[in-house]
Write a protein that binds this ligand. Structure first.
Ligand SMILES: [Zn+2]
Ligand SMILES: [Zn+2]
Length: 897
């Protein structure tokens, strides 16, 4: 639908769409802007232009229109007390990570808090009516503006004033009256300063008029009256009309403070602390002039750089003032903004990564670090986190509890960035040497594949500027989730299946065949669990045929059969494979336990990313920044099994969705969004509470045992835990124990062998002196001592042994000592080594031959191998074990003849 069309239609009938009671009571005049033609309402008879085209635009900078001054947290207290005084309920903020909508990663507006998806429709669920909420919102489209324009933030608080016009709520007249009094009575803004501009809103198939309210060119809020649905001209009035007034808290603070930028009054003491730390010489008057120029001229130039150049020229800033004041100041603003965004996102369970919404978080952290390095700012991230949280806790006390977790994640992520820099530097150098300037597509690809931020490339002067479309393009790519469509089956006019597995859950039952086509069967009732929530389907038999798959299409369960088909209209007997179901159920319940165990052991950022539960194995993917250590795995397993042992009841209750959210918080959406009004809450005491449609054990001890079999970091920010439970876990442990037992036995046997060998060595070593003694006394001729043959002649002595009681170790020890003891002696030790025969030769200094090497060579030839060494010691050998006698004969002849 065309917004302009709706606007022109509505503005053609202002009495019907825009004129509220207040305008009449206070004497507002409706005017058309002399410059752009837009219609607006004002009490100032002299005003002829709309706020955007007025002379007084941004004149509040340096000269605020109020006597009272409210910083960020004070401004909220003023807004809150005003609305509470006027019958509104003040609701705590919702998480910035939008767990209740599967089309959004982050909460982008206050109204999103109360939107729920029902099938394909968006419905409203209000915890109170009317209400007001200080909703933090994250938007990453304008990142390049943050810190520069004075008013763009990556996270901001959108005050939400919401009302459904019924007996408690109100409609246009009261809404505009309240907003007017908020500005005048509560904030002390002069009536003449307030301008309401006519506009329209459309989205999600519905639309309505809206009134934006401005003070001195600054849009403070926009009251949207969602009233119609359908195409313009062919539209109908909604059953549930809604007022969604969204206002920027940052702007409320800014207009009362009149600081050069909104950043100066919205981060508490942080900007001041940083300016002091960095040592910037601030000239407030000069900065006020500069930022008024920036604010007024945005939109008049094609890019921000031109706006800046224009402002610098108009204010007359010297290049030195730009480098010494403007640049570092922009950096400080950026750092303060981006860090606040990370604090909220991490507190609410998001992790920087290269997937999904994590992309945006990674990029803002890299921008913080990049800015610090570019400007040479020595800042302590932890200290800045403390400053932020200590300031914000007045409005958002929940941040205190997450202080350490935020620090942990930022530290891990900052370290990762430093580590990746070497690789990034290489790629950047490569680009530079080729003289290439990457375009937006290249930059997006480089960021996605290598994590290289354009800020970093700018720092290295690979690109002159970050293309203005980069961040919005990236944000579009990673803002919403795409859904997979299920195959369409011919299921028209078939009634919903009665789901027995949520009731008595009989594993044998009769049912009527409502439809049979291809290999698919639809029954009027079923106990076969359909694949869903990561739980695999039941198997079994329908009319004697095998059930191989079960899927849910809407509220109809479709069974896939193999081997044959029953007829439509027939009543069939059905049997669910109980053993399979039992295994799956135990694994499924274990997933809940392991998920909460992981969060307890690792940190609050752990969420279920996905899960898969089969009969004999299962896996749980959790969000976590690093691979798990052995110690962490042990701890998770230990905690999980302690829950099993405690035999806690697993309670199942059905709640209205809104009630469940209020009672348990958004932690219940571990398995994703629940697209129905009534949610099934599965709780294991307060250890784990989740919205879940799967099958669970009744008490935890039924699980028997949970055993983690493997963990793996499967993608950035996601760790997979593979596990088994129940009998499979027992079997796994047994098998594991058997393997361990076998390994232990093998180890023992080896140790025993080693020990024996050592003992033998010891014995033979002890034997040597005695042997030497006996040999030295042996007479001329041949003799034998302990398997050592001795041939003694006048010329010398030749000793040898081929006994298998001696090993290499003995031969070396003995030969060495023998020739030392008797320089005229020679020794030849022959022994088997596996499939070969080996020889150790020693020749004494005064022996006849005096050439151990030659002997080794000669006898090795006999053995069919080779050998060698020096005159004193040599070794050799070969394959032919049968030639031992021949070899000895040869050696003997060489020594004695
Ligand atoms: Zn205008
Ligand atoms: Zn479950």
């Amino acid at each position: 639908m065309d917004k302009r069309q709706i606007l022109s239609k509505f503005s053609a009938d202002p009495e019907k769409y825009y004129k509220v009671k207040l305008f009449e009571e206070q004497g507002f005049q409706r005017k058309s802007c002399a410059t752009c033609g837009r219609f607006f309402w004002t009490m100032d008879s002299k005003r002829s232009n709309c706020p955007k085209d007025s002379e007084d635009t941004y004149s509040f900078i340096g000269n605020p229109p109020t006597k009272k001054r409210f910083d960020y947290t004070q401004a909220w207290k003023e807004v809150e007390s005003f609305f509470v005084k006027n019958g509104h309920t003040s609701v705590s903020r919702y998480p910035v990570v939008c767990r209740w909508r599967d089309d959004l990663y982050f909460t982008i507006a206050s109204v999103v808090d109360f939107q729920r998806v029902m099938g394909s429709k968006v419905v409203f669920e209000f915890p109170a009516n009317p209400l007001v909420v200080p909703q933090m919102c994250l938007r990453f489209k304008d990142l390049e503006n943050v810190g520069v324009t004075g008013r763009h933030f990556s996270s901001f608080c959108m005050i939400g004033q919401l009302s459904i016009p019924n007996s408690q709520g109100y409609w246009k007249d009261e809404c505009i009256d309240l907003d007017f009094r908020l500005l005048t009575d509560q904030f002390g803004i002069n009536k003449n300063e307030i301008v309401f501009v006519e506009d329209v809103w459309e989205g999600g198939g519905s639309f309505g008029s809206s009134l934006e309210y401005y003070v001195r060119g600054l849009e403070l809020g926009n009251a949207v009256f969602t009233e119609f649905q359908g195409e313009l001209g062919n539209h109908t009035t909604l059953d549930q009309k809604v007022i969604d007034m969204g206002a920027g808290l940052e702007r409320f603070a800014w207009i009362t403070m009149g600081t050069p930028t909104a950043y100066d009054c919205c981060f508490g003491p942080i900007t001041k602390n940083l300016i002091k730390k960095v040592g910037i010489d601030i000239d407030t008057e000069l900065l006020s002039k500069y930022f008024v120029e920036i604010a007024k001229n945005q939109g008049r130039f094609s890019n921000l750089l031109e706006v800046k150049e224009h402002a610098i020229k108009n204010v007359g800033l010297s290049p030195q003032q730009v480098t010494k004041i403007i640049n570092p100041l922009e950096g400080i603003y950026l750092i303060a903004d981006h860090l606040r965004t990370l604090i909220f996102a991490i507190s609410d369970g998001a992790l920087p990564s290269n997937v999904g919404g994590g992309y945006n978080l990674r990029i803002v952290l890299r921008r913080i670090i990049g800015t610090m390095q570019r400007l040479g700012l020595k800042l302590d991230l932890n200290e800045m986190i403390d400053w932020h949280i200590d300031y914000l806790k007045k409005t958002y006390p929940e941040l205190k509890e997450k202080r350490d977790d935020v620090k942990t994640i930022i530290e891990v992520e900052a370290k990762r960035y430093e580590e990746s820099k070497i690789r990034m530097q290489k790629i950047a150098d490569n680009l530079k040497s080729k003289g290439q300037t990457p375009n937006v597509d290249d930059l997006i690809r480089m960021y996605e594949s290598d994590g290289i931020t354009p800020d970093y490339l700018k720092e290295l002067e690979v690109i002159p500027e970050i293309p203005s479309t980069f961040y919005s393009r990236l944000s579009d790519l990673h803002q919403s989730v795409t859904k997979k469509e299920k195959e369409k089956l011919p299921l028209q006019n078939i009634s919903e299946t009665d789901l027995l597995y949520y009731k008595e859950d009989p594993h044998q039952f009769d049912a009527k065949v409502l439809k049979a086509f291809d290999k698919f069967v639809v029954l009027d009732r079923t106990s076969f669990y359909a694949r869903g929530g990561g739980q695999e389907p039941d198997h079994g038999k329908i009319a004697g045929f095998d059930v191989v798959d079960v899927e849910k299409h809407g509220n109809i369960v479709v069974h896939e059969l193999k081997g044959g088909m029953p007829k439509e209209g027939e009543t069939v007997s059905c049997v669910v494979d109980s053993q399979r179901r039992d295994g799956i159920t135990k694994n499924h319940t274990s997933t809940h336990i392991l998920n909460s165990s992981s969060r307890n052991v690792l940190g609050s950022w752990v969420w279920q990313n996905s899960a898969f539960k089969e009969e004999d194995h299962a896996r749980l993917d959790i969000t976590h920044h690093s691979a798990l250590t052995e110690k962490q795995i042990k701890e998770i397993e230990k905690l999980a099994n302690s829950i099993v042992q405690k035999n806690l009841p697993v309670k199942i209750e059905n709640f209205d969705r809104g009630t469940a959210e209020q009672k348990y918080g958004f932690r219940i959406y571990q398995g994703g969004v629940v697209p129905v009004k009534s949610v099934r809450i599965v709780s294991i005491k307060d250890f784990d509470v989740e919205a879940c449609g799967g099958t669970h054990v009744k008490k935890t001890r039924e699980i028997e045992l949970i055993k983690i079999t493997r963990t793996k970091r499967i993608q950035d920010g996601v760790v997979r835990i593979e596990f088994v439970s129940g009998k499979t876990a027992q079997d796994y442990v047994k098998q594991h124990e058997n393997e361990q037992e076998k390994m232990r036995e093998e180890k023992d046997a080896k140790e025993e062998k080693d020990k024996l060998r050592e003992e033998r060595k010891e014995q033979t070593r002890e034997k040597i002196p005695l042997l030497l003694e006996q040999i030295s006394q042996s007479p001329i001729g041949t003799s034998k001592v302990d398997e050592i043959e001795i041939h003694t002649t006048e010329a010398g002595r030749f000793c040898y042994s081929t006994s298998d009681q001696y090993d290499e170790y003995f031969h070396i020890n003995f030969g060495e000592k023998l020739i030392k003891n008797d320089p005229k002696a020679s020794y030849c030790g022959i022994f088997d080594a596996g499939s070969t025969v080996r020889a150790i030769i020693y020749s004494g200094e005064q022996s006849k031959n005096k050439n151990a090497g030659a002997i080794a060579k000669a006898i090795s030839e006999i053995f069919g191998g080779s050998g060698g060494g020096n005159t004193r010691f040599a070794q050799g050998g070969g394959k032919d074990k049968s030639k031992k006698d021949e070899a000895i004969k040869k050696a003997k002849s060489m020594v004695l003849e």
